[in-house]
Ligand binder design. Structure first.
Ligand code: TMP
Length: 253
């Protein structure tokens, strides 16, 4: 294969120049990091599974009218995406207390939240991705009020849809992180969902046992990390048991 131009390399993914203008190839690595890069490791097979899981979830979201950057999966580790201008704000949606929210407010992990909570974080590795308010975002010009309105509305819609989708396969969507980008089409700008949705950026707990089936297994050294990613794919019906050709539908529980 000819050498492609590498546009960006992150902790878990690489972005290459795409085959047509306005497209990129998103390559999923097995590398894992946590605590702002202080903990690093490899989760064997994670890239292959996250490529499939994100393809599945972005496709379902696309079908209900959520605009995303996803075009199609190209192979085991790569997908074709639309090139967008990434908004430097991560959006976290939380349904159940866990992680940094539990720590910040002293709320025991697993406590259901009175309603879904949306948080914004400024994407800056050197600052450790600080939590920010809408005031910071609009005053510093990271996003316009209308962009934020769109991101908030899309995030709530994504939360409603994914909560139901995961519940159907016996998983509680505790929280997750989203990234958005700006896409220009005929002088018009649209906010679209970008990056990935996978057990790297979601907390997913088994509905019956509360077993963690996400990157917390890596963060907290809980063991069976690879198995957790495989289990999420299996429940969604996209884990190829008999090789890449054999993919069943979601398994209702
Ligand atoms: P937190 O509780 O550590 O703030 O994480 C909330 C959610 O966001 C959780 O599902 C993991 C995800 N997340 C990322 O995707 N990237 C990150 O850098 C962090 C800190 C969290």
């Amino acid at each position: 294969m000819s050498r492609r131009r590498r546009i960006y390399e992150g902790k878990a993914k690489v972005l290459y120049e795409g085959p047509e203008p306005g497209t990129l190839v998103q390559y999923f690595k097995d590398d894992a990091s946590a605590f702002n890069n202080q903990k690093r490791g490899v989760i064997t097979g994670k890239g292959v599974l996250n490529n499939r899981i994100s393809e599945y979830l972005m496709s379902r979201l696309g079908e209900i009218g959520v605009p995303t950057h996803f075009v199609r999966r190209l192979n085991m580790r790569e997908q074709l995406v639309r090139e967008v201008e990434i908004i430097p704000i991560s959006v976290k949606v939380r349904n159940v207390a866990a992680g940094s929210l539990s720590k910040r407010f002293g709320i025991p992990e697993g406590t259901p939240l009175p309603r879904s909570i949306i948080e914004y974080y400024y994407k800056s590795e050197e600052l450790g991705d600080p939590i920010v308010s809408e005031e910071h975002i609009t005053a510093f010009g990271w996003a316009a009020p209308q962009d934020l309105d769109d991101m908030m509305a899309l995030s709530l819609r994504i939360n409603d849809y994914l909560t139901g989708l995961f519940l159907g396969v016996g998983l509680r969507l505790v929280d997750f992180k989203l990234e958005y980008g700006r896409l220009w089409e005929n002088e018009e700008m649209r906010i679209v969902l970008a990056d990935e949705i996978s057990p790297d950026n979601c907390r997913l707990w088994d509905i019956k046992t509360n077993d963690k089936l996400d990157k917390d297994r890596f963060r907290e050294d809980l063991g069976r990390v690879e198995e957790a990613y495989q289990e999420v794919a299996r429940r969604l019906g996209i884990f190829p048991e008999g090789g890449p050709g054999e993919v069943k539908g979601p398994k209702a529980v």
